[in-house]
Structures are given as C-alpha cells and as structure tokens.
Design a protein around this ligand. Structure first.
Ligand SMILES: NC(=O)c1ccc[n+]([C@@H]2O[C@H](COP(=O)([O-])OP(=O)(O)OC[C@H]3O[C@@H](n4cnc5c(N)ncnc54)[C@H](O)[C@@H]3O)[C@@H](O)[C@H]2O)c1
Length: 290
C-alpha cells in the first residue's frame, strides 16, 4: 500500500462503521490519525468527542490535530446520521438534523482545514493535502424516503466539486465517496445480506478504505473533484451532471412548442431510475455477487 508515513489524518465519525475502517487503514499505511470519537486500534491516535455540525467544535478538531502532531494532511469527512421519513411526514427537526450533521458537518472541518492549508501554501510550502468527503448512492441516484439525507449527500457531491476547484491552487485535492457497507446505519437495508461464512464479504465496511488510502497518496495529486461509488471490489468513478439532451431554439421557446418537443423526444416520459437500479449499474458484477 502507498506509504503515508509522516502524514497526519483527521477522520470524523470514526467510532464505528466505515469511519473506523478508514482510521485503521490510514494508520496501517503509516499516518498518525486523529479520530473524533474513539482511539483507533493500532497506529498512533488521539481522540476527541466534538460534534461535526458545530462550527467552533470543527475548528477545535482541526486545531487539536495540528497541536498534537504539528500538522494536518488528510481530512476524511465521514460522520453521519439518518432520519428517514417520507417527505409528506418529515418533520422540520428531521430535516434540520440531517442537513446539519452531513452538510454543515462537511463544511466546518473542511473550511478550517482549508484556511490552515492556504496559510501554509502562502508561506511557500508545497502541499499534498487531501479532503475526502462522504456522499451516498442516495444523494447521487436518489432514494425514496431520504429527501433530507439524499439532499445533503447530493449537496456534499456539489460541495466536493466546488471545493476541489477552489483548493487546487493550494495543493489540496477534494474527492468524495458514495459507499455501500453493512454498518449500524444500514443494518435494515443490508440486513438480508449477511456476511458469507467464508470468502470475500462485499459489504464489509473495510472495503471502502483502500480508496481513501489511495487518494491520500502523494501520487494521487492530480485526481480531484471526483465522486467514487464503491461496492465490494467495484470502484466506479461516477460522471457528474453533464451536458445531456439539448432543446435549442433561435430565440425564447414558446411553452406549447417546447412541451410538444419534450413529448416527442421523451415518448415514454423521463423519470429517475431509482437508487437500486443505478447501484446495480454502477456496481456491476460485484453487486450481483452480493
Ligand atoms: N453504510 C453505508 O452503506 C453507507 C452508504 C452511503 C453513505 N454512507 C455514509 O458513510 C458515513 C459513515 O456511515 P456508517 O455507515 O459507517 O454509519 P455509522 O452509524 O456506523 O457511523 C456513523 C458515525 O458518525 C458519528 N456521528 C454521527 N453524528 C455525529 C456528529 N454530529 N458529530 C460527530 N460524529 C457523529 C457516529 O457516532 C458514528 O460513529 C456516513 O456519512 C454515511 O451517511 C454509508
């Protein structure tokens, strides 16, 4: 695996699940890891218990890594919660809590780490810094019952693209992953897919972490602004919103004409395929094995 010797990483929400595996994998690759929750087994680590959605606490988290180890190289924004509900029944609290932990919980640590990296770059240091965000198939493909969560996760994918463009000049890459794993968060979804008795378990949360280590390597300096779907052994670099089906007119469209054109071009309508269908496409063989 690539050596991350001498690098310092901060992983949010690393108490269990995917974040814990990221912390362990980064430590195994040689990084010193600061986790906000528990001390990772193996490697050197310090822990804190701050809430990622609190802007001040996010600053303390970043500061603690720098104070403890003298620097910060890698930020993995991973902490998250679910408050699933159909839109018509969703409460304001359920909306706010999910947006706060995911979206603001990505903004705060990234904002404070980025300000620190900008100062280093301005001081003449050549950086190989990393932000690795956590989106979701729910955000990039859309999943019923997750308007709050999917909106936050889609926003994280958008935030990744913009942060990548803004921070490239300082030597910081920003990417995101759309993971799939059996954790406390997804035990209902993947509960009917128990781990195999032997052999490769496509839903082991540790399958998400080699990508985090790879993206953290200095050699990945030119890979930024991407969203990676991960399922078992499949890593799919997703295409973002891209130029699609063009309806061009010499001037302003007449609504009647435009409607007629839309109906002609989409005789069967146009609607999202849904998360499960898209996950199958993105995961390919590996997903069918599961
Ligand atoms: N498991 C999957 O299949 C899957 C799919 C898509 C996205 N994700 C995303 O992956 C990330 C990790 O999820 P997981 O599956 O490991 O779930 P998990 O519930 O096992 O872990 C989430 C972690 O985030 C922490 N956390 C929650 N709120 C926090 C806060 N305000 N401040 C600090 N920490 C907080 C929790 O304590 C926990 O340790 C999440 O962002 C989740 O949305 C997971």
């Amino acid at each position: 695996m690539p050596s991350l010797d001498g690098k310092v990483a901060l992983v949010t929400g690393a108490g269990r699940g995917i974040g814990r595996e990221h912390a362990l994998a980064l430590a195994q690759a040689g990084a010193k890891v600061v986790v906000n929750e528990i001390v990772a087994a193996g490697g050197e680590a310090v822990a804190n218990y701050d809430d990622v959605s609190d802007f001040g606490a996010a600053e303390s988290m970043v500061r603690r890594a720098i104070d403890r180890y003298g620097r910060l190289d890698i930020l993995v924004n991973n902490a998250g919660i679910l408050r699933d509900r159909m839109l018509v029944n969703m409460t304001e609290d359920e909306w706010d809590a999910v947006l706060a932990v995911h979206l603001k919980g990505h903004f705060g640590p990234t904002r404070h780490a980025a300000a620190y990296w900008r100062e280093l770059a301005k001081g003449g240091e050549t950086l190989h810094a990393r932000v690795i965000n956590t989106s979701s198939p729910s955000g990039v493909f859309g999943n019923v019952g997750q308007a709050n969560y999917g909106a936050a996760k889609a926003a994280i994918a958008g935030f990744t693209v913009i942060a990548a463009q803004e921070l490239q000049r300082y030597g910081v890459t920003v990417n995101c992953i759309a993971p799939n794993a059996r954790t406390r968060m997804t035990e209902e979804t993947f509960g009917d897919l128990p781990p195999p008795e032997d052999g490769f378990d496509p839903l082991d949360p540790a399958n998400m972490s080699p990508l985090v280590v790879a993206l953290s390597a200095d050699e990945a300096q030119e890979i930024t602004g991407q969203c990676f779907f991960v399922w078992g052994g499949s890593v799919n670099v997703l295409r973002p919103w891209e130029a699609g089906e063009l309806f061009a007119s010499d001037g302003r469209w007449d609504a009647d004409e435009l409607l007629a054109q839309l109906k002609e071009r989409f005789p069967d309508g146009a609607a999202p395929e849904g998360m499960v269908a898209m996950m199958g496409k993105a995961g390919g063989q590996s997903m069918r094995v599961a």
